[in-house]
Design a protein around this ligand. Structure first.
Ligand SMILES: Cc1ncc(COP(=O)(O)O)c(C=O)c1O
Length: 394
């Protein structure tokens, strides 16, 4: 048996490794507190589950779904965009339901990247942008996200010979892993840049509904002309605690949506129809759960920030997203620090380096940790002492 060349250097997905380490510790009877994965701990709201249960009884939903999604679902997605962002979408041509947004993010490169083409990818960034590009035979060109620029990419330094091969630009705000947000000025700049260079913009926005202190993140499609050059990936995963049900969407430019739809129609058979109907309940129903979840995350955000600051870690309080992006203490890199927290305290955080070279020097902590574990984890963290610094000082 010979595995394909494209698989040769492929590492397991970041959290597969982390989960393996957690399982090893737990197997030894150790209690591990997990701040690593951004997977909402609060269950899917009951009214959405009730919608699923009802839909599951309907035998029409026991058969193959249409891969383009139910027309009623595409309509609900378009209506939600109108209500939330005042963005108008044609449900027939500008909306495509996905089996979770990760699936569409991984597949879009196959529609726009030929071997040797380039995709501009944020560093640090969600690993799937680079993975999809490489699987399609392209090359990621990394755009550093630097703290001094508010973790926004700077397009000015990209050489012409790179731009000539560039077909796609990835952006993601509210950002994973940095928690940074972007406003209309940045999105307008992205539209200008994409028009000038004739590239497709893919804005990944699963965290637009996870925000604090009254802040309301924007959709990229609110920028003038955004639909001419781009699409947005959105998800029900984080807005409605639906990571387990796998449903998201791509919306925007009709040519790009049609390309992805055609690609997908050849490799998947759509989202289970009862889950599509569940999503309609989520999008059309009361949105009060979003504010309730955000209040929980905001309280956790403040508690964790306080403890991190007390033990000497620098962290910017995020306005949105599920993540805290903290600088590792002097004398450590992100992998060392992560290993020390796991070995000495049974605490799992994600090493910044896992999100690319630009993530070195940071660790990511997620707010999706149940309150009981949070209290234990914070009490352990409060006792952390920078042993290396003490050693150096002696
Ligand atoms: C930036 C970003 N994009 C996309 C996703 C995928 O979300 P889903 O596939 O659950 O819609 C995630 C999940 O953590 C994410 O952090």
């Amino acid at each position: 048996m010979k595995i394909a060349r494209r698989m040769e250097n492929l590492q397991p997905y970041l959290f597969v490794e982390i989960n393996k380490k957690i399982a090893e510790k737990r197997a030894k009877g150790e209690e591990v507190i997990n701040f690593a994965v951004g997977d909402p701990d609060i269950p899917t709201p009951p009214h959405i589950i009730a919608g699923l249960c009802q839909a599951a009884q309907d035998t029409a939903n026991h058969r193959y779904p249409e891969s383009a999604g139910l027309p009623e679902l595409r309509r609900a997605m378009a209506d939600w965009y109108k209500k939330r962002f005042d963005v108008t979408l044609d449900p027939a041509t500008e909306v495509l339901p996905l089996i979770g947004s990760k699936e569409g993010i991984g597949h879009i490169a196959f529609c726009f990247i030929d071997p040797g083409d380039v995709a501009l990818v944020p560093d640090p960034g969600y690993p799937v942008y680079a993975f999809g590009t490489e699987m399609a035979g392209g090359r990621p060109y990394y755009l550093p996200l630097k703290e001094e620029n508010g973790f926004l990419p700077d397009f000015r330094g990209i050489k012409d010979f790179i731009l000539e091969k560039t077909r796609l630009l990835w952006i993601n705000y509210p950002n994973n892993p940095t928690g940074a947000v972007a406003g209309i000025d940045f999105f307008n700049q992205v539209v200008d840049f994409a028009k000038k260079c004739n590239i497709l913009v893919c804005h990944d926005g699963p965290y637009t509904e996870v925000a604090y202190d009254g802040y309301q993140p924007m959709s990229f499609l609110q920028a003038e002309g955004a639909k001419d050059v781009g699409i947005e990936f959105h998800s029900l995963s984080k807005s409605y605690n639906m990571t387990g049900w796998r449903i998201g969407m791509a919306v925007g430019n009709a040519t790009a949506i049609n390309a992805l739809k055609t690609f997908k129609s050849n490799i998947d058979s759509g989202i289970p129809q009862a889950i599509q109907q569940m999503a309609i309940y989520a999008l059309n129903g009361s949105q009060a759960c979003i504010g309730e979840h955000n209040a929980v995350y905001q309280r956790r955000r403040d508690l964790i920030c306080e403890v991190l600051t007390n033990i000497g870690l620098q962290v910017t309080v995020p306005k949105a997203s599920l993540y805290l992006w903290a600088k590792v203490p002097e004398g450590y890199n992100s992998v060392d620090f992560t290993a020390e927290l796991l070995d000495q305290m049974g605490i799992v955080v994600t090493a910044g380096a896992g999100f690319g070279r630009g993530g070195e020097g940071y660790v990511r902590l997620s707010l999706t940790i149940p309150d009981v574990s949070l209290v234990k984890g914070l009490s352990r963290l409060s006792g952390w002492r920078n042993t290396r610094r003490l050693v150096v000082k002696r």
